[in-house]
Ligand binder design. Structure first.
Ligand SMILES: NC(=O)C1=CN([C@@H]2O[C@H](COP(=O)(O)OP(=O)(O)OC[C@H]3O[C@@H](n4cnc5c(N)ncnc54)[C@H](OP(=O)(O)O)[C@@H]3O)[C@@H](O)[C@H]2O)C=CC1
Ligand SMILES: O=C(CO)COP(=O)(O)O
Length: 345
């Protein structure tokens, strides 16, 4: 008889002690796995070990006593079965380069980072393949999942897409539990595109809500945003069903409507007339859309795809147009068929 995955105890290194890394490490530790959380800030690591709380990123959430934090990367990775990277996209490549010498042979590398490599626009699985070499199993963890709710043990569903069925299942198994459903797939391209694009589209919806454009505008923005995801995804070669699932539609709905989203909150602030720098300072955590908007448009230009909402967000973030001008641009577009090309093959 096959063994029950819940009986297998693994050693997991989670790299990145912000809100999402801490929430995922706590989840995995609660599932009974030996879990080490690496953070770059030694004082914050010491405080976390002493208080079992991440006071900056998840205040008020009691972390499991079995969760150990460390500031030493070699300590975090020693003897681990799998690595889960949860740093912001701007730190992704450097973190992979730093972990590579300490990764135990056989340990696959997964990440829950959302975005592209800033500057090059490369997908994170492309970066990982290049830095780690072709033999290391890779997987991306994505889907609608606010760190705070996961840390509080509220029910959540997400998805793991990887290049090796065994490793993908291993990652899903450590995450899956009584209040957490982890699905699996093999479309890293579509999964990463959805997770990156929804952050840009959440800014657009936040702007509309900040300008008090109403619920019709919000629903229109989300649906036309999904259309942008599907069209770019089709050009790049991702699977449409990935974008219609947790990695696309699910995360788009969550981030466009949930005020826990930092990207939506940025849009709300801009729509109310706040300056970008002030809004980002007030949020005080990573807001991936600021870099991702440029990289989404780089991908769109590369593939000759028009993305009016994402382009308007990019222009607003660059200060080239006001939110009101962005809205006017969208409303003044020519009328056209809802689906000019077949997206579902
Ligand atoms: N929070 C969420 O609900 C979710 C987040 N994500 C994704 O997870 C990723 C991480 O975001 P999140 O945890 O929310 O961000 P936070 O803003 O909560 O935390 C960022 C963390 O990254 C650390 N960090 C920043 N720069 C570096 C670096 N150069 N090297 C190492 N560590 C660094 C910060 O350390 P320090 O404090 O020292 O600056 C901090 O621990 C993002 O891509 C995000 O989109 C995905 C799903 C849900
Ligand atoms: O990715 C997330 C939820 O799935 C978190 O969204 P924000 O980064 O906008 O807070």
């Amino acid at each position: 008889m096959a063994s029950d995955p819940s009986d297998i105890r693994l050693s997991v290194a989670v790299l990145g002690a912000g809100s999402w890394g801490t929430a995922l490490a706590a989840l995995i530790a609660r599932h009974g796995h030996d879990t080490v959380l690496w953070g770059r800030d030694a004082a914050a690591v010491d405080a976390l070990n002493a208080s079992h709380e991440n006071a900056r990123y998840l205040p008020g959430v009691q972390l499991p006593a079995s969760l150990r934090a460390t500031h030493d990367l070699s300590d975090a990775l020693r003897g681990c079965d799998l690595v889960l990277v949860v740093v912001p996209s701007h730190a992704f490549a450097a973190t992979l380069r730093a972990l590579a010498p300490f990764r135990p042979a056989g340990a696959g590398v997964a990440w829950a980072t959302k975005g592209f490599e800033p500057g090059s626009g490369r997908f994170l699985h492309e970066v990982a393949g290049e830095v780690l070499g072709g033999d290391v199993p890779l997987a991306v963890v994505t889907g609608p999942s606010f760190a705070k709710e996961v840390a509080q043990g509220l029910p959540t569903a997400l998805t793991v897409h990887g290049d090796s069925p065994e490793f993908t299942q291993q990652v899903a198994d450590v995450l899956h539990g009584p209040a957490f459903r982890a699905y699996t797939g093999e479309d890293m391209l579509g999964a990463e595109l959805g997770g990156a694009m929804k952050n840009v589209l959440a800014v657009a919806t936040g702007v509309a809500d900040g300008m008090q454009l109403g619920l019709n505008a919000r629903a229109g923005m989300i649906t036309r945003g999904l259309n942008e995801m599907l069209r770019l995804n089709a050009a790049i070669g991702g699977k449409a069903e990935t974008l219609m699932g947790l990695a696309g539609l699910g995360d788009l709905v969550l981030t466009c409507t949930g005020d826990l989203s930092r990207n939506r909150r940025l849009g709300l602030a801009l729509g109310r007339g706040q300056q970008l720098g002030d809004a980002v300072r007030e949020i005080g955590q990573v807001v991936e859309s600021i870099q991702t908007a440029d990289e989404v448009m780089r991908q769109a230009d590369r593939h000759g795809i028009e993305l009016p909402i994402s382009a308007a967000v990019q222009a607003v973030l660059h200060g080239d147009i006001t939110p009101a001008e962005g809205l006017q641009r969208l409303l003044a577009r020519d009328q056209k068929p809802e689906y000019p090309e077949a997206l579902f093959r």
